[in-house]
Design a protein around this ligand. Structure first.
Ligand SMILES: C[S@@+](CC[C@H](N)C(=O)[O-])C[C@H]1O[C@@H](n2cnc3c(N)ncnc32)[C@H](O)[C@@H]1O
Length: 203
């Protein structure tokens, strides 16, 4: 799993403190007020996943946090299961608690996606890899580019990767890295004030 030492943690998460139980519960309480505003991009994201909503697809949520997006997708895809990847044990604890009603349909895997080899902990393939406001946390364009190329082999042919995140680094760069990783039909699916929904497909 991800290192939880103080120094690597600061490097990984900048000013965030995802390993602190207080920081995580305060963040989640603040985020709860904002969840309503995310329903529209989450709906667009769910509709962009090119599978019937009754199929037992496997979903990977990268930087899943307490599972807001996972919950949304497990409700839309009523027979799906999910792997919630995150680097924070505290977030995973909160997610287990908040998704009690979905017991058996999701599992947390702890690892740090900024570190090479992180994706080996994840048993693919997945029909859909998704992520929400997580990958920008690593900040380094080189690492984000690598994360995208690590995600591609985790997908089944016909699957997709859809990311809801800040346009930081610039979206044009991020979409180029997706194409370079092998994704096709890379596009922006939705635009918000500070965030966008974008991704591509594995043919
Ligand atoms: C802003 S929260 C978003 C959580 C969730 N996706 C959501 O939208 O509610 C960012 C999440 O990414 C995780 N994260 C940040 N950097 C990470 C890294 N390098 N490896 C794994 N998880 C990371 C944090 O622990 C946190 O749960």
């Amino acid at each position: 799993m991800a290192s939880t030492s103080h120094s690597s943690h600061q490097h990984r998460h900048d000013h965030h403190d995802w390993d602190s139980s207080k920081y995580v519960s305060d963040w989640a309480a603040g985020q709860d007020q904002k969840e309503k505003a995310r329903q529209e991009p989450f709906r667009v994201l769910a509709k962009t996943i090119p599978f019937d909503n009754k199929l037992p697809i496997r979903i990977l949520d990268v930087g899943a946090g307490y599972g807001a997006l996972t919950q949304f997708l497990l409700s839309h895809f009523s027979n799906a299961t999910a792997i919630c990847q995150d680097g924070s044990e505290e977030m995973a604890k909160l997610g287990q608690e908040r998704m009690k009603h979905l017991k058996g349909r999701f599992k947390y895997v702890l690892c740090d996606f900024s570190k090479p080899g992180w994706s080996q902990k994840l048993t693919g393939p997945f029909e859909a890899v998704v992520s929400a406001i997580a990958i920008h946390n690593v900040r380094s364009p080189k690492i984000i580019e690598r994360v995208y190329s690590d995600i591609y082999p985790l997908l089944k042919n016909g699957g997709c990767f859809i990311n809801f995140d800040r346009e930081r680094p610039p979206l044009e760069d991020q979409m180029k890295w997706l194409r370079d990783a092998g994704f096709q039909d890379v596009k922006r699916f939705w635009t918000g004030e500070t965030r966008a929904l974008f991704g591509g497909f594995k043919k």
